[in-house]
Write a protein that binds this ligand. Sequence first.
Ligand code: GUN
Length: 299
Amino acid sequence: MTTARRIDGKKMAAELSEKITRETAALLRDHGIVPGLAVVIIGEDPASQVYVRNKKRTAEACGFHSVQHTLAADSTLDAVLALIDALNNDSNIHGILIQLPLPSHLNEMQLTQAVAPGKDVDGFHFINIGKLASGNTGDAFVPCTPAGCMLMIEAELGTDLSGYSAVVIGRSNIVGKPMASLLLQANATITVAHSRTADLPGVVRNADIVVAAVGQANMVKADWIKPGAVVIDVGINRIEVSEDGETRSKLTGDIDYASVCKVAAAATPVPGGVGPMTIAMLMANTLRAARLASGLGLN
Ligand code: GUN
């Protein structure tokens, strides 16, 4: 029986954040520029509040100028658009993130498309989506979660995925679709599976690389996995578990980690896998935005 390598996203993210911190200090020393990140949160979704707090903490640790705008759940579209417009025109702000999900009366597309493409550190603007889909990533912003997954896959298999088959489970705009574009660009042969896919276990069983982004706790089982596959778990699901007669809540991913580890070559845990890498990639995108806005090019 094999035991998969645990892909330590927490450690990788910490190393990446250290590098970003060093580069941020050099940017200030050599050019007098401090990367600025504005995070906008609308309403009181508890999970979003935790994510936003972590983003702010990491931004500050990297030496960024970090601002958070907390708006009431009943904010009007015009009020949010006015804030985005002000941030688009604020030269101290290089990256803008509108935390999702939004309250139901606000249209996600309208707000994400209002962010200036050069400040779109989430990579949700159609300009950045188009650049990624067409392989013109030179000055594009790639969504943080798939970008982080890609670094973890590269750490296992290298940057050229020629000959590997990859299955992405989930077709969201935030993860599934950009993930498929990145894998394709790295020469993998991709399948995007989703809730309407026939024989999902059979499809996944062909994959050398599995990225699960569906939001269903422990859905991907060991007998779905090709021996030796690399498995990336994007899911963050809160479940109730009973232990010693007590019920408590616990975070778990979309893969049944313990059993999958008996078959896979490597897998990401939840927590401590994709989550920290997503935040680190947001910092990388913000530093990148600051450099590009200042005409410095990328190093
Ligand atoms: N909510 C969950 N993931 C994300 C993300 O990557 N970006 C934003 N803006 N909101 C999210």
